[in-house]
Design a protein around this ligand. Structure first.
Ligand SMILES: Nc1nc2c(ncn2[C@@H]2O[C@H](COP(=O)(O)OP(=O)(O)OP(=O)(O)O)[C@@H](O)[C@H]2O)c(=O)[nH]1
Length: 340
């Protein structure tokens, strides 16, 4: 393996509601030097794909999936497309894949499919979820469509488009913060198209939870992002917490992401990625991007009380307390070994 080619190909997911400006941003991205060796998969509804006519300057390869939405009917097609690209990687010479979803896609199942696809394990990793929100229309999309809420909730980075037409309203900004307290929000036109655009692995520091008194919409009230922090942990405790969380709330677990400092390898952050009932085996990053080893996860849940998740976390991964069971009592024998 040459030093400039990573072992695993990062897959970035570009999402956002219908017409939010995904293809426009993709074109900017592909024109930038950092994205020169990028393969693109575009998913759109309808029998005839048009976006491939609109996307310019693709160096690696481009596939347009028109058989259905990749978050539902066409998930297999997405996996086949990624597998097909990986098989031709040496010929095509790409080192990065960008998947543009349809405007109505829920990125959760897309993430799931990518994390678990046969043949993908070890060959690709999730680079991050980049969500575009139209400043003038975003609030209406969020009010009317649950998918728009999921796109925001699962974002690692949120970019606001069409700010030249109208700036984001305070209401839109507060709704974005309520749906996703950790993703940075920026104006798309002001952001440089560098390779770290898809904020990898949720390594950014979590922001404090917003004031929930401003919730006006059912979707906002249901979706909760819970920040879970600890120092260096035993792998078994983390694995047991995740298994328990998934057992209790798997269907409602939109995403669990972040980095963990584990006793057996504290010098290397372990990446945690789970969606629903599925857990991606932890991979390691090279080192801590500044600061001491620490564990910091974000759990994004639909319709689950944040306090219940925090209590579960404290039970497994918190310090001892008088009024909660000791982690050893909660742990199954040995705990799952995914992080061992
Ligand atoms: N004024 C303005 N127009 C924009 C901006 N970004 C995108 N547009 C326009 O918005 C329309 C939709 O943009 P696209 O990039 O096709 O949006 P999309 O999210 O890919 O659309 P779908 O694939 O249909 O969901 C196009 O006419 C763009 O030119 C922006 O920042 N400012």
């Amino acid at each position: 393996m040459s030093p400039d080619r990573p072992a695993a190909v990062p897959v970035g997911i570009l999402t956002g509601f219908l017409g939010a400006g995904k293809t426009t941003l993709l074109n900017r991205m592909l024109a930038a030097p950092g994205f020169g060796r990028t393969a693109v998969i575009v998913n759109e509804f309808g029998e005839v794909g048009l976006d491939h006519l609109l996307v310019e300057a693709v160096t690696g390869d481009m596939l347009v999936l028109t058989t259905g939405c990749i978050c539902c009917a066409a998930r297999g097609d997405l996996l086949a497309a990624v597998d097909g690209l990986m098989a031709r990687r040496a010929t095509l010479g790409f080192d990065h894949i960008v998947v543009e979803t349809t405007g109505l896609a829920d990125p959760g199942p897309v993430l799931n499919a990518l994390l678990l696809g046969p043949g993908l394990a070890g060959n690709s990793s999730i680079d991050g979820v980049l969500t575009l929100v139209s400043a003038p229309d975003g609030a209406a999309a969020l009010a009317g469509h649950a998918e728009a809420g999921h796109q925001v909730a699962l974002a690692d980075r949120i970019l606001l488009s069409k700010c030249d037409l109208a700036g984001p309203s305070p209401e839109l900004l507060s709704r974005l913060a309520a749906l996703n307290p950790t993703a940075p929000v920026a104006e798309a036109r002001a952001v440089a198209m560098t390779r770290d655009l898809f904020a990898a692995d949720a390594r950014h520091t979590a922001r404090p939870a917003p004031d929930h008194r401003h919730h006006h919409h059912a979707a906002d009230a249901r979706i909760r992002a819970v920040v879970l922090r600890a120092g260096v942990l035993e792998a078994g405790r983390l694995g047991a917490f995740i298994a328990d969380l998934q057992g209790r709330h798997g269907a409602a677990l939109l995403r669990l992401k972040g980095v963990a400092a584990l006793h057996h390898a504290p010098e290397r952050p372990t990446v945690v990625q789970a969606v629903g009932h599925l857990l991606h085996p932890g991979r390691h990053l090279d080192g801590w991007p500044g600061g001491e080893p620490r564990t910091e996860l974000v759990a994004i849940l639909d319709g689950v009380d944040a306090a219940a998740v925090t209590a579960l976390w404290d039970g497994y991964c918190g310090g001892p307390a008088i009024d909660r069971p000791d982690a050893a009592a909660l742990m199954p024998d040995g705990g799952p070994g995914l992080f061992g």
